[in-house]
Ligand binder design. Structure first.
Ligand SMILES: Cc1cc2nc3c(=O)[nH]c(=O)nc-3n(C[C@H](O)[C@H](O)[C@H](O)COP(=O)(O)OP(=O)(O)OC[C@H]3O[C@@H](n4cnc5c(N)ncnc54)[C@H](O)[C@@H]3O)c2cc1C
Length: 478
């Protein structure tokens, strides 16, 4: 039976349940700023012919010891800005020879140290940012590119990725976490549209994989949290871009009515863009709204009445945007400048338990403190990749707890709360999504992946036999 754990119990639980790895970094004494000189010297001596740069300076190492969550801090020995895939091959082969850990970093919008590595090397992929739309209607992308560059390049050919995440994120980061967005309700995750990957495996080989070639690696890389390899290039399918979007903001009196309309819209499929949000209400509290966007090619315009029929919103606004105005509407990460801790949690809940779960949480001031919820309803049948775990029902809800803490907050107690909320969701058939701030042990991951664990573990053993990659998820500790 579930119960809230105290801070003292939490401390004990850290060591027992989660092998300590993620939690120990919460304690300042465990945040190393000391370099291992011999390893640093070995790196300098060995990696002399890189086309990119290996940085040992404090600003580079400090930046790599932080992320969006500002909760975990682990200092690497160095940061690699690769000039090519070969630089990553050389580093990973070095790591295998010398027992060094390596972690790839996209835009570090992770919440709990998933891109960090204590006394290892962080690969800052931002230098691998090429984007090329091909004659076959797909796009070849360097893993460090931001999605904004991909969408802009595709739109020049009147094409678009079918699923566009927040465009300030990196391609490698969202392909490694799954990649959900406002079209996921009927288009699946971004990983459902990847045709091919180029990967530096954990044993330092540059390998191309797809459903036809090295499919075990392909499936282990899509939403694979960087455990088996480092993605250097992604080939993704594009679809025809609409010229315009008729965009609605539907305002609701309460969370549950907004959520019920989201599920109705996901079942009926009236809109292309479908998303639910909370925002601070002018008079205090949270106001909930649903965004619906109908894509179309001018001069043909969709009529409003059938799109809105039967919905239970209190008021609405609508506007027409060009597709470019639409995909550029939220180009900047508005929360990034906030330096206080942000232990966000992303859950996926079966529709049958969603009301029960969310009502309890939102009614409890201690559970909903500092939270702005976001939600989507998705059709499960669109998810094809084994590592993108969602509940086993026709309609599933994403429920996101964006918690921005004040500087004075007791962060460990909120991390313990995240764990409680995760266990409660899991016990109702729910799953976790992306790089959430939820402490996990290997046993938790095994349970999370279910039947997908054994092929994933086998791929890890085959492609990263010395376990050099991406320790921040605590999936293969030791
Ligand atoms: C403001 C904000 C908005 C967000 N919006 C969305 C959204 O729209 N959709 C969504 O799905 N998620 C979203 N997220 C959640 C999530 O944190 C990101 O999906 C994920 O972390 C990707 O962000 P990133 O590009 O910064 O990757 P990072 O955080 O840098 O990396 C994420 C994980 O992938 C690994 N990784 C990075 N690059 C590679 C690579 N080349 N090869 C192998 N592994 C790699 C990292 O080691 C890490 O484990 C958002 C998060 C924030 C803070």
């Amino acid at each position: 039976m579930e119960r809230r754990i105290s801070r003292r119990e939490f401390g004990k639980k850290l060591a027992r349940v989660a092998s300590g790895a993620a939690f120990l970094a919460l304690a300042p004494s465990c945040t190393s700023t000391q370099r291992s000189l011999p390893m640093g010297q070995l790196l300098r001596n060995d990696l002399t012919d890189l086309s990119g740069t290996l940085l040992f300076d404090d600003p580079a190492r400090q930046a790599a010891a932080d992320d969006f969550g500002h909760i975990v801090h682990r200092s690497p020995i160095a940061v690699l800005k690769p000039g090519s895939a070969q630089d990553i091959v050389k580093l990973v082969q070095f790591a295998n020879r010398h027992g060094l850990k390596v972690a790839p970093r996209g835009r570090a919008h992770s919440f709990f140290g998933q891109t960090q590595v204590e006394e290892g090397v962080v690969i800052d992929s931002s230098s691998l940012n090429s984007v090329r739309v091909t004659d076959s209607g797909s796009v070849e992308i360097g893993a460090g590119a931001q999605w904004s560059a991909v969408v802009t390049a595709a739109n020049a050919y009147k094409r678009t990725p079918p699923v566009i995440v927040d465009t300030f994120l990196s391609v490698g980061g969202t392909i490694s976490t799954g990649g959900f967005a406002v079209t996921t309700w009927n288009q699946g995750f971004q990983v459902d549209h990847v045709r091919e990957l180029q990967v530096v495996t954990g044993d330092g080989q540059l390998v191309t994989c797809s459903d036809e070639r090295n499919s075990d690696l392909f499936n282990a890389m899509l939403a694979g949290l960087g455990q088996c390899g480092i993605i250097v290039k992604v080939v993704m399918a594009l679809v025809a871009a609409p010229t315009h979007v008729l965009f609605f903001k539907l305002n609701y009196e309460d969370f549950q009515t907004a959520s019920a309309d989201l599920a109705l819209l996901a079942k009926e499929g009236r809109f292309n863009h479908l998303d639910g949000r909370g925002a601070a209400a002018p008079g205090g509290g949270v106001a909930y709204y649903v965004e619906g966007g109908a894509f179309y090619d001018a001069p043909k315009t969709p009529s409003e009445a059938p799109l809105l029929a039967g919905l239970r919103f209190a008021s609405q606004t609508s506007k027409v945007m060009t597709y470019e105005e639409y995909y550029r509407r939220e180009e900047v990460c508005t929360l990034c400048p906030t330096t206080t801790p942000k232990p966000f949690v992303y859950l996926c809940l079966p529709a049958s338990r969603y009301v029960e779960y969310t009502s309890r949480l939102l009614a409890d001031p201690s559970e909903s403190a500092y939270v702005t919820p976001r939600m989507s309803a998705w059709r499960r049948s669109n998810f094809k990749r084994p590592l993108a775990r969602v509940p086993n029902e026709e309609i599933v809800y994403r429920f996101q707890l964006s918690r921005v803490l004040p500087a004075s907050a007791d962060v460990p107690s909120f991390i313990a709360l995240n764990r409680t909320l995760y266990e409660r969701a899991r016990d109702m058939g729910g799953t976790r999504l992306t790089s959430s701030a939820i402490p996990m042990s290997q046993a938790d991951w095994i349970r999370h992946y279910g039947p997908a664990w054994e092929p994933f573990r086998a791929a890890k053993q085959r492609y990263d036999p010395k376990n050099v990659l991406t320790p921040g998820h605590n999936m293969f500790p030791g």
